[in-house]
Design a protein around this ligand. Sequence first.
Ligand SMILES: [Zn+2]
Length: 259
Amino acid sequence: MNGAASTGSPGVPGMSAPQDATRFRRGLAALRIDGLGPVGLTVARLLLGLGPGTVVLCDDAPVGTGDLDWGYLRTQRGRERSAAAVALLSAPERQRDRPGRGRGLPGRQAAEPVLIEAPEGARTPGVDVRLVTPDAPWPESHELDDAGALLPLALHGPGLPEVLVIGPLLTRHPGPCADCLDLHGVPRPVLRSTLEMPPHLVHLVAAVTVHQVQVLLDGRYAAACEQFQVIVDLGTGAASTMPISSHPECACLTHLPAA
Ligand SMILES: [Zn+2]
């Protein structure tokens, strides 16, 4: 899938397959989250439990009153969400809340991930997977090539979100790219606040999303989002997939895979 997923763990002292190899592989991953509303912040918390090497957080919006219900501190009101989230999720904060290093967050036994804030629109080449949550605008076209793969989250519905759509994972090769979506007539995700979502639905959206990232990073199976849209009806709980492949007329099919 990407550099992190294709890298093994040869010759690393004290590591043996498969559990340690998985942890090592996750530790190589650089992830980015665009949008740090309720969904993005919850995704960030859960992603840290996977033990990634680096997590880049992007959201220039100020922490508002509605954000305080989701863990932002009253003293952070007015501060950029990205800076506030980095402070909130940094290791000392997590360890203060969860005594017993390495036990508080499931799967956390390796080095602490590096948490970085970045302004919206910042280029972050080298990121393996960039998640664009509904609280973030869809990236400009010149930003689309910066990440190894782009995973869009979209919420649809006239009022409260009724349908969650994850993916498809957009890559340069193989698999569909952003231009393929246009050629297929798939609407691009639109900016949408998740502040009014019920907490259990926020956690559902975040958990399904982070599970997809975990499958991508571990590389044991093809993740559903690699060739499909993962669709969850938030009204009924029914889950389904919609295949989306590279469009036969898209120029991405002529791109050679990276050496
Ligand atoms: Zn394409």
